[in-house]
Design a binder for this molecule. Structure first.
Ligand SMILES: Nc1ncnc2c1ncn2[C@@H]1O[C@H](COP(=O)(O)OP(=O)(O)OP(=O)(O)O)[C@@H](O)[C@H]1O
Length: 634
């Protein structure tokens, strides 16, 4: 069953359209690690979680209602057993005795009593089976929707979000949090609801049998309520802490494993071990605290349940001796009294998973409340094939609410120009080109491609017209051909090979164990940094954008591979608009124009020859490069 098309995709994030949305400090993931929430803040988060559940439940609303009806009927039937037994003893037995004494047959009475019991047992059993099956279907459908929703949403959040939220936290949302929700939805909810129903019906049956005994039950409920409330308040706080500590543990784990090269290069293993152990111990302590709480609750419930049965027996027993209470009623009261608190333990046990699922739901709903800062225009201006003229006007940019990185500037890059961007580290070169790829939006001012504001283009047109190749040259799992065709999945084999040939990647790809079909994750398919770079050039060549951005794409390569890459690079540039951030002289030399960036401003702008002649920063850099060439570094 594929439910993906019906995945809830509300036009809003949960919680963004409500009048109670008065907690901007908690919007999205901001309040995630806070343990000191005010009452209003707690309410805000709880409402957001409920709205998410409601969004998920909407597509399966009728199945949920049917399940609830089955739960009610099945538990009513279960709770009726003691009543039937009382009726069998107090009416059925005397009836059988008198019928037999009158010389008749007791078959009819036995059939009525036995039949009623059997009907109740069958109803309870069959409905229990049916609602368990339905619950599994409903919960799995809701989880599938949520899983897909979280993935789609997280993938669409802007870079700005991912840079601060870290992949470890995203992973813990998608794994441990969804796992807690699965546990709750699979078994927790049906056990909770069915346990509550059973208690309610059983308590009602006690009142029907004998209201005085019902009063004893009411008294017993006082300590039970106090104990449950005590547990509820404390475990809520502990669970909140345990979610935070488990997320920290996962974040550290993911960070260590994703940065394993740096970890080994800097011999960080011991320090990382210690930190991980500290975080894991904190998580263990939180879990132990929560189990201890349950260790207090459970005996309280068991003791109260047993004392209630004793009280019912004493109170009822004397009345049976007096003849004011029927034996069958006493037996039924004892049976019901013993059973009434049984679900309480189950309810309390599932309350733990309910707590952890609530905490998980709070975090997941926070993640879903986050909105991309870089958004697609409502009515995009079509630009299927751009020429590649770029223009910044009065442009200002700073990351998030932080300081201004690029103060007001104007810059025009005509279509087809190859521009090298140089400058000291931290000068703002990457920032400048990331704005052109629209990873971020300007704080103010305008940036246009062929006269159209970048934020008015559709994502599809933008990605077709502007392609950025970064230093890391990321390869996705799959074949070399699939990796080249990333920007144009419909490309034919011939087009893929032509692109590889154009950038000089064809020969080494053919030498791979399975040529273009080699899996890049397999041993034989592991590519060197230069080869990966060439694959990403082929990818960009095939995508054939009007504007190409190369962010330090050649800086980390050694000489032989750089020569290879350099040749591919020249063919890739062709006559499209290109911005190249380069630390290498060889790359700068192929540029028509050089921009020297310093403290977020373009301080020099001209052809390489002009800038060398003018004797400014570029001339200085150029001199240093020349010297390094002489000393054999390049
Ligand atoms: N994601 C970010 N969030 C906040 N500040 C950032 C972010 N990325 C860069 N910066 C800041 O912006 C400034 C410019 O950084 P940028 O990466 O553009 O420099 P660069 O010239 O490309 O440097 P390098 O040559 O070292 O890559 C730096 O002060 C940096 O600290």
């Amino acid at each position: 069953m594929s439910r993906t098309p019906s995945t809830p995709q509300p036009s809003r994030a949960p919680g963004t359209d409500t009048p109670e949305n008065d907690s901007p400090t908690l919007l999205g993931v901001r309040g995630e690690e806070r343990l000191d929430l005010s009452v209003a803040e707690r309410r805000y988060i709880r409402q957001r979680s409920w709205r998410l559940l409601a969004d998920l439940a909407r597509p399966v609303k009728w199945k949920l209602i049917l399940t609830a009806v089955l739960v009610v009927i099945s538990n009513a039937a279960r709770a009726a057993f003691p009543l039937i037994i009382a009726w069998a003893i107090d009416w059925g037995l005397p009836e059988i005795v008198s019928t037999l004494e009158a010389g008749g047959s007791a078959g009819t009475v036995m059939a009525v009593v036995g039949g009623t019991y059997l009907a109740a047992a069958l109803t309870a059993g069959l409905l229990l089976g049916t609602y368990t099956w339905m619950t599994a279907r409903v919960s799995q459908a809701m989880l599938l929707d949520l899983r897909v929703w979280v993935f789609r949403h997280t993938q669409r959040l802007s870079l700005e979000f991912h840079e601060t939220y870290t992949s470890g936290r995203v992973i813990s949302r998608q794994t441990s949090d969804l796992e807690s929700l699965r546990e709750l939805l699979d078994q927790g909810v049906s056990s909770l609801v069915s346990g509550m129903m059973f208690m309610l019906f059983t308590a009602a049956s006690i009142f029907i049998l004998d209201w005085r005994s019902g009063l004893i039950l009411l008294v017993a409920f006082i300590p039970v309520t106090i104990a449950v409330r005590w547990y509820q308040v404390r475990s809520e706080a502990v669970y909140r802490e345990s979610r935070v500590s488990s997320a920290r543990m996962i974040v550290h784990f993911v960070e260590t494993m994703t940065g394993i090269r740096a970890v080994q290069a800097f011999r960080r293993q011991r320090a990382n071990d210690e930190k991980y152990e500290r975080l894991a111990t904190k998580y263990r302590d939180d879990m132990v605290r929560s189990l201890n709480l349950f260790g207090v609750l459970q005996p309280t419930l068991v003791i109260t349940g047993n004392l209630t049965v004793v009280a019912l027996l004493l109170f009822g027993g004397f009345r049976v001796l007096d003849g004011t209470l029927a034996v069958g009623v006493l037996v039924a009261l004892l049976l019901a009294g013993k059973r009434v608190f049984q679900p309480m333990e189950q309810v309390a046990m599932f309350y733990s998973s309910f707590q952890s699922a609530t905490a998980a739901l709070e975090k997941v709903s926070g993640l879903l409340e986050e909105m991309p800062t870089v958004r697609e225009a409502d009515r995009p201006v079509p630009l299927p094939a751009a020429e590649g003229r770029l223009e910044f006007r009065d442009a200002v940019f700073g990351y998030g609410d932080g300081k201004v990185i690029l103060p007001e500037f104007d810059l025009t890059i005509p279509a087809g120009q190859t521009v090298a961007v140089v400058g000291q580290t931290g000068a703002g070169k990457s920032t400048l080109v990331k704005l052109i790829a629209r990873f971020y939006d300007l704080s103010s001012g305008s940036l246009t491609l062929d006269g159209v504001e970048l934020n008015e283009l559709s994502q599809a047109d933008l990605r077709r017209n502007v392609v950025m190749v970064t230093q890391e040259a990321f390869l996705f799992s799959g074949t070399v051909a699939e990796n080249i065709a990333l920007g144009r999945p419909d490309a034919s084999d011939a087009e893929i090979q032509a692109a590889a040939q154009a950038v000089g990647a064809h020969e080494f790809i053919l030498a791979l164990p399975e040529g273009y079909d080699t899996d890049v994750t397999k041993r034989g398919g592991r590519l060197s940094a230069g080869q990966r770079q060439l694959v990403s050039f082929a990818r960009a060549f095939l995508a054939d954008p009007a504007v190409l951005i190369l962010d330090e794409a050649t800086s980390s390569l050694d000489l032989p591979s750089e020569r290879l890459v350099q040749a591919g690079l020249e063919r890739l540039l062709g006559n499209r608009t290109a911005l190249i951030i380069a630390h290498r002289l060889s790359t700068v030399e192929i540029a028509d124009r050089v921009l020297v960036v310093h403290d977020g401003r373009v301080v020099e702008d001209g052809s390489p020859a002009e800038l060398i002649a003018s004797g400014g920063r570029f001339a200085e850099l150029h001199g240093a490069w020349r010297n390094s060439l002489v000393s054999g570094d390049e």
